[in-house]
Each structure stands twice: as structure tokens, then as C-alpha cells.
Design a protein around this ligand. Structure first.
Ligand SMILES: [Zn+2]
Length: 826
């Protein structure tokens, strides 16, 4: 169960918290999994039965006991075990199976000097981990298979040790019918043509990795061979036939990324090759399987389309661009696949690093402003989450009940990345990257927890970093600074007072950290780094005259919030002169506090006309929604002509909040004419907001237009969900078929439910989807079954809650059951 921040006076026996106290989330304590053996090598030989969606396999596991033992237990979820042998021994092994494990009794005592090999013959119809997917596109049908292993769920199709804290080498032999290709980890040793017309692919990975990084992709894929990285590391992307050009466009920079990360961290990409597969309906946005990353095929796009991974219709950008997904997954090949979290509690050591590294790639390719914007965007997402959900989590934290709590994007990915950026700023680039390199070298191919990182950094830099780790890794929340600046003309000094006013977190102290104060006065800029050690600090800084601006952390390097009251003229100066983060902060404050002041509109106009990072123009455009005047609306409409699609998208979103005939006709024009599908799709959702009587025929016509990832259809379905008009139900229903990608199917269910919640056909469809669909559609279906309290779903949900091979699915089924049953009691 999640606990929320406690913002009121809370008293329990013997404990009184002051007003404004926060508590860290509750949940079950999750220790590292204990193991009794070391898995050394796993070899699997698999045959696929497409008709029955079954896998017939032979798994050979070589392992070494960690102590004296006569039995071992392998994770094997709901498998039919046909036979277990110990090939090198004449003594037959005994075994027993339960729903989740295969227990093997060797009939003799083994000790750590023994190495034993076990051969398991089995058959399985996986309910998770390995997915049979069927793409229907016009008259062509294309089946494929992909795997996804986080959360130990590869044990649904392979008997193994299903936790990250053991590493082993692996080997996969897969026999498939033509024309399919089977792709896996490591090097392709052999492709064999068989007498029965099938082909066998034999892959082997020589370097050890964890269970969740094993992968298998089977489908009709065309290879695009990119330039080998460093001239020696093969780099290939695999795309569906006919999509080669899009693959080339999107993945072209991968070899340069491999070289960049290798150089930045002074640690060369260690794996045999790097493959990327664009798989239809790949259910997890992307996955960093060792040397073979899986991507959802929506990553593919033609030149000129939006760069965001998307689709999203309520913001002009998001932290995840297609290229960011590519660099993030590649980055895991240093942090994640090489040094690997020991347990989920340390997941940030994978995810925050990969997220920081995607920002570093942007900095390398697009420049400093882009990096600063990415960190700002991550901070905004984190702050919004804390504000809305009232949950703060330390980065390393052992109290949780479900995987999704740890995979929280705003903390484990985004906050973690900017915490690392803050450390980069505090240590300086040389010490930071040397320290990270030392960490990688010291723990290569090993499992890690946060103390391993701290010690490696301390050994490398010579600094004591306890204070940093206590605050930012083991502690939750962030400081809120309240600043005040007073010019003292007689002294020619500026007095800066900074207070920490964040709610007190039980068990945590105040934050200690450096902060940069930038002062612009008399045409000169001075930057001073000061330390904040106490609840209230006062600094006297010399200035030649009254400053134009005092900017606190305008460089945006701290994970913090700032309250700093300023007059309009200083804000105008800051919006047009400060570093990027400071400028973004200032334009927000200007609109918030001085919306009716004509200077605000003039400042925005100046920004729109200047040569600045696009984010300032897009943010300024979005803020125009808060200015009521006719002149503001005219400026907003003019922004629809911007060359930058982010700015046009911001204008579209802003127009979606103005109920004027001007905004309706302009949005229709964007839908007809904008050459970027994502902008046109955003306009469809915006139009639904300001024109609730929009006709079904108009929506249907928009859905039918061909677009990247069918994004117009997705927008139409989201518009229908907003409108909720009963006569739109049939339009929603027509889109749940498997002719469409999973996002369409998922949004179609939601839209259908919004228009016709009591439709018995909807109930049947939702039950089918909960049982048979891939994860995102399944999750949506279960959420709707719970929300609509559909009682006839209970048997299917009970079965899922008890027996599905993915704990996330089991949790969602349980939540849906609870909601339905609560309805009965009432
Ligand atoms: Zn990741």
C-alpha cells in the first residue's frame, strides 16, 4: 500500500510530528534474494509451436553450489517438466514440480568444489515473459515472438534463477519456420538449414549477465548493417520488411553513440555486437536485453515527423525522444547490463544512469542548452508528480509492494538522473567521470548497490560523499528555497537571504548543498558558489551598482524549488538574459504574477523573435493561454506559423483551452494542413475540448487518414473518451480489432467505456482483452473492468490474480477484483 505525505498535524502514541511533516512511503521490506548456488552457464534449445503458442525446450544449466547441499530449486513457472537428467552422472536425479519451481534432488551431498550440469526437458505455454504477437495489416498477416524479462518473468519460458543477483553466460538455439529470423544475445555462431525446411539459429553470449537480460525475437526482419563502432563492433538494426529507410533514419547515430559513451566513461563497449529490433507491438517501450535491445516499432518514422517517442497530446514535448530511447537503452550496456542492480531496491543504479546518459548524448549532439532543458524538463516532471501524488521516495529504498512502485518514472528515472547531474556539477566533470569510470571498472559484470557507488566515487575522488548519499540516495524529497535579495547602496553590496522551507521529513535533516548566485549589474555578470548549511543563510555579495538581476540557481543544477519574489522589471530582464533554466522560471513567474501587464506580452514577443532555444518559445507560447487579451490570442494564432513544430504544438494545446471561434477554426486548419502528424493529432484532441459537438463523421474521417503510428486515430479515440457521447461508441468499438496497434486498441476500449459503459458487448470484449491481450491493453482492460464493476469478469480475474506469470498482471487483477467486490458490498 502506498502512503502519502502527511501534511497535517499527526500524532501517534509517543510520536508527534510538527505541522508540515512528510513521511516516506510504507510497504513490505524487500531483502535481497538469498541463493544456494551460482548459475554459471545456461544453454537453451527451443522449438516453437505457433499454432498452440507453445514452447518445447531443453535447458542445460551448469551450476556450482555455494555451500554443502543435495538439492537445488530452479524458477520454472507453470511448466510441464518432461524429464530431468544429470548428463555426466549415472545416478538418476529425482525432481518435483510446483506451480513456480522445479526442485531437483541429486541424491548426494555436493559442495562448492563441485560443478554440476542439469538437463531439463520441458514444454510451456507462457502467460508472460514470452509473447506471441500477430500483426494484421490489410491482407498480410505477420506473426512474431518477443520476450521481456524484467521482474524475473523469463522463468515463464526458461527454467533458470530468476533474480538479477546472479550472472551467467548464455546460449540459445532456436528452430523456426521460414521466412522467420531468430535473434538473441551475443554472437551468432551458426545458421543451419534443416531437412524439414526449418532453420536453426545458434547464439552464444560469452560474458555473464542477469536473468532478465536474456532475449529472443522471432519474426520477419530485414537487417540494416550500420558502420561498425570503432571499426570492429557490429551494429545492426532489424526492421520489418519495407521499413528499411525509416530504420536507417532513426538508428543511424548508434555507432557514434557507442563510441561517445565508451570515451565519456573511459570504458569500451564490452559486448560482442549491438543489435536493435523494431518489433510490432513491443509491449514495453524498449528493453536493453544484453547486446539486443528491443524497441516498439513506433520508434520508426520518416524524416520531418516529431522527434518525441510519444504520442502525447497534452505537452509540447516529453523527456523521451526516439533518439533518447535509443541512447537510454544503449547506455544500459554500461549501467544495467554490465554493472547490474543487486535487487529492485537499487534499480536507480540502472535507470537513473541510463536517463542521465541520454541527456549526455543530447548535450554532445545538440549542445549545452539542450542538456539544460532536458534536466529542467525532468525536474518539472518530478515536481509535478510530488505535488499531485504527494509521494516522495528515496532512490534506494526497500519498502514496496509492487514492481511498479520502484519503476516510478518521476523518481527512479528522472529525479535520479538530475541527482546525478547535480553530483556532476558539485564534483566537476573530471572527478565525476573519472569516478564513474572507476565504479564501472571495479564492478564490471557484477551486481551493485548504492554503497558500492559511494565507495568507488570516494576512492576515486578522495572526497567524503556520505552527506550527498544520505540526502539524495537514502533520503527523499527536495529542498524548497525561499530567497530574498536587498540592495544596500551605501555598502555597494547585495544581501541575499536563503531559507529552507520544505516540509520536514521524518528521520531526515535539512539539506546541505552548494548553490550558484548570479548577479548581473552594470553590464557585468558575476557568479558565486555558496554553501547552504542551515535553515537560514545570509550572504553579502559586492556589486558595482544596483543589480538588474539576482538569479539563484538560474543554471538549474539543483533538484529544488525556488520561491523568490521579484518585481516585473527584474523578471523581464531575467526572462531575456539569464541562463536557460532561469529564463524558463522567469517567464512562468511573469505570467503568473503580472498577466495583465503589457510588458509581459512584449517580453514574450521579443523571445519569439529572438534566436533562443526552442523550449523558451514553446513554453512562452503555452503560457499565452493564461493571458486573456485579444492581442494575446492574436500572438497565439501567429505562433501556429512557427517553423518549429514544438511551438506549433504548444499553440495548439493553448488554443484547446480557449472557447473562441478563432481557436476552433484555427485548430481545424491545423488538423487539415500541419505536416507533422503529432501536431495535427494534438489539434484533434484540442478541438474536442473547445468544440464538444464535433461530428462523428468528422472524427471518423480524421481517424482514417494515414499517419505515423496511426497517431490521428489514437487522437480521435482520446477525443471520444473526452466527449463521452453515446453515439460515438460504435466508432470507438470499430477500433478494438487487431488490425490496429496496441495503443489504438487500448484507447478504443477506454473510449468505448466512456461512451457506453453498460454495453454487454464491451464487457465481453474487456474480459477477452484481460485474458489474451499484451500487457498495456490487458492493464487497460483490467482497470476498466474494475472501474465499471463488471461482475462476470471475476472468474477470469481470479485466475489471472492466482496464476499469471507476471506479478504486475497479478496485482492489477487483484486491484480490479477489489474494486468489483467493493461495489457488491455497497
Ligand atoms: Zn531503462
Amino acid at each position: 500500500m502506498k502512503q502519502v505525505l502527511i501534511l497535517a498535524l499527526l500524532c501517534t502514541v509517543g510520536l508527534c510530528m510538527p505541522l508540515g511533516a512528510q513521511q516516506l512511503p510504507g510497504g513490505t521490506y524487500q531483502p535481497n534474494r538469498e541463493r544456494s548456488y551460482d548459475l554459471i552457464h545456461l544453454a537453451a534449445d527451443l522449438r516453437i509451436d505457433w499454432g498452440a503458442k507453445k514452447i518445447n525446450g531443453e535447458a542445460t544449466l551448469r551450476l556450482r553450489p555455494l555451500g554443502a547441499l543435495s538439492r537445488v530449486s530452479l524458477d520454472a513457472y507453470r511448466m510441464t517438466i518432461l524429464d530431468v537428467q544429470q548428463p555426466s552422472s549415472s545416478v538418476p536425479v529425482k525432481y518435483s514440480i510446483s506451480e513456480w519451481a522445479l526442485d531437483i534432488d541429486f541424491g548426494r551431498m555436493l559442495d562448492p568444489t563441485d560443478t554440476v550440469t542439469i538437463l531439463v526437458r520441458y514444454a510451456t505455454e507462457p502467460t508472460a515473459g514470452l509473447y506471441f504477437v500477430h500483426e494484421v495489416s490489410g491482407a498480410t498477416q505477420s506473426p512474431s515472438i518477443f520476450t521481456y524479462g524484467e521482474g524475473g518473468i523469463n522463468a515463464n519460458w526458461l527454467p533458470l534463477y530468476a533474480a538479477p543477483n546472479d550472472k551467467f553466460t548464455s546460449e540459445m538455439t532456436i528452430t523456426v519456420i521460414r521466412p522467420f529470423t531468430a535473434l538473441s544475445n551475443g554472437r551468432l555462431l551458426e545458421t543451419r538449414e534443416n531437412a524439414d525446411g526449418t532453420r536453426t539459429f545458434h547464439w552464444r553470449q560469452e560474458l555473464p549477465h542477469s536473468d532478465y537480460l536474456l532475449a529472443l525475437f522471432v519474426g520477419e526482419y530485414v537487417p540494416i548493417r550500420l558502420r561498425p563502432a570503432f571499426g570492429t563492433i557490429p551494429v545492426t538494426c532489424w526492421v520489418p520488411p519495407g521499413r528499411e529507410q525509416e530504420g536507417q533514419e532513426v538508428f543511424q547515430r548508434t555507432p557514434e553513440m557507442i563510441e561517445f559513451f565508451s570515451n565519456r566513461f573511459s570504458y569500451r563497449y564490452p559486448w560482442e555486437k549491438y543489435d536493435q529490433v523494431s518489433a510490432y507491438d513491443y509491449a514495453i517501450g524498449a528493453m536493453e536485453n544484453t547486446s539486443i535491445t528491443g524497441h516498439n516499432d513506433r520508434i520508426l518514422r520518416k524524416p520531418g515527423q516529431a522527434s518525441e517517442f510519444g504520442p502525447t497530446f497534452d505537452s509540447y514535448t516529453e523527456p523521451w525522444s526516439a533518439e533518447a530511447i535509443i541512447s537510454h537503452e544503449l547506455a544500459h550496456h554500461w549501467f544495467g547490463d554490465n554493472t547490474t542492480y543487486r535487487s529492485l531496491a537499487s534499480l536507480w543504479l540502472n535507470e537513473s544512469f541510463a536517463t542521465l546518459m541520454m541527456m549526455l548524448w543530447d548535450e554532445h549532439r545538440l549542445g549545452k542548452d539542450d542538456y539544460e532543458f532536458q534536466t529542467w524538463l525532468a525536474l518539472q516532471a518530478y515536481l509535478r508528480y510530488v505535488q499531485e501524488e504527494h509521494i516522495i521516495r528515496p532512490l534506494e529504498y526497500r519498502y514496496f509492494d509492487s514492481r511498479s512502485e520502484i519503476y516510478n518514472e518521476e523518481h527512479t528515472y528522472l529525479k535520479g538522473a538530475i541527482v546525478l547531474d547535480m553530483l556532476r556539477w558539485i564534483l566537476g566533470d573530471d572527478a565525476f567521470f573519472q569516478g564513474m569510470s572507476a565504479f564501472l571498472h571495479k564492478h564490471e559484470f557484477a551486481n551493485v548497490e548504492s554503497p558500492d557507488l559511494k565507495i568507488a566515487l570516494e576512492e576515486s575522488t578522495g572526497q567524503n560523499l556520505s552527506w550527498f548519499f544520505d540526502q539524495w540516495v537514502y533520503g527523499g524529497g527536495h529542498p524548497i528555497f525561499e530567497a530574498e535579495t536587498i540592495y544596500l547602496p551605501q555598502l555597494k553590496k547585495i544581501k541575499v537571504t536563503i531559507k529552507q522551507v520544505q516540509p520536514f521529513v521524518v528521520g531526515q535533516g535539512l539539506f546541505v548543498l552548494p548553490i550558484e548566485i548570479r548577479v548581473d549589474a552594470g553590464g557585468k555578470t558575476t557568479r558565486t558558489k555558496v554553501w547552504i548549511n542551515n535553515e537560514e543563510e545570509e550572504y553579502l555579495l559586492e556589486v558595482p551598482q544596483e543589480p538588474d538581476m539576482v538569479s539563484i540557481d538560474g543554471i538549474g543544477r539543483l533538484v529544488s524549488e525556488l520561491r523568490h519574489a521579484k518585481g516585473t522589471s527584474e523578471l523581464v530582464y531575467q526572462a531575456t538574459h539569464d541562463d536557460l533554466s532561469g529564463r524558463l522560471w522567469a517567464i512562468r513567474k511573469l505570467v503568473e504574477h503580472s498577466a495583465s501587464d503589457p510588458q509581459v506580452l512584449e517580453t514574450l514577443k521579443e523571445i519569439f523573435a529572438s534566436n533562443v532555444h526552442w523550449s523558451l518559445k514553446a513554453e512562452g507560447t503555452l503560457l499565452l493561454k493564461n493571458l486573456e487579451s485579444k492581442a494575446a490570442e492574436e500572438l497565439l494564432l501567429a505562433q501556429l506559423k512557427s517553423q518549429d513544430y514544438h511551438v506549433r504544438k504548444a499553440a495548439v494545446i493553448a488554443l484547446g483551452s480557449r472557447f473562441t471561434s478563432g481557436s476552433r477554426s484555427s485548430l481545424r486548419s491545423v488538423i487539415e494542413k500541419d505536416r507533422v502528424d503529432d501536431v495535427a493529432a494534438t489539434a484533434i484532441v484540442a478541438l474536442a475540448r473547445v468544440d464538444p459537438s464535433i461530428s462523428a463523421d468528422y472524427l471518423k474521417a480524421q481517424a482514417e487518414k494515414k499517419s505515423w503510428y496511426d497517431v490521428r486515430r489514437i487522437a480521435v479515440l482520446q477525443a471520444i473518451a473526452l466527449l463521452g457521447r453515446p453515439e460515438l461508441a460504435s466508432l470507438a468499438r470499430d477500433n478494438v480489432s487487431d488490425h490496429y496497434n496496441y495503443q489504438v486498441r487500448s484507447d478504443a476500449l477506454k473510449a468505448w467505456a466512456a461512451c457506453s459503459a453498460g454495453d454487454p458487448e464491451l464487457a465481453t470484449r474487456l474480459i477477452d482483452a484481460a485474458r489474451g491481450e499484451i500487457l498495456p491493453v490487458r492493464e487497460e482492460a483490467m482497470a476498466l473492468l474494475g472501474q465499471l464493476k463488471i461482475e462476470q469478469a471475476l472468474p477470469v480475474l481470479e485466475e489471472l490474480a492466482a496464476r499469471n506469470g507476471d506479478s504486475d498482471v497479478r496485482n492489477s487483477a487483484r486491484t480490479a477484483i477489489d474494486k468489483i467486490l467493493r461495489g457488491e458490498i455497497r
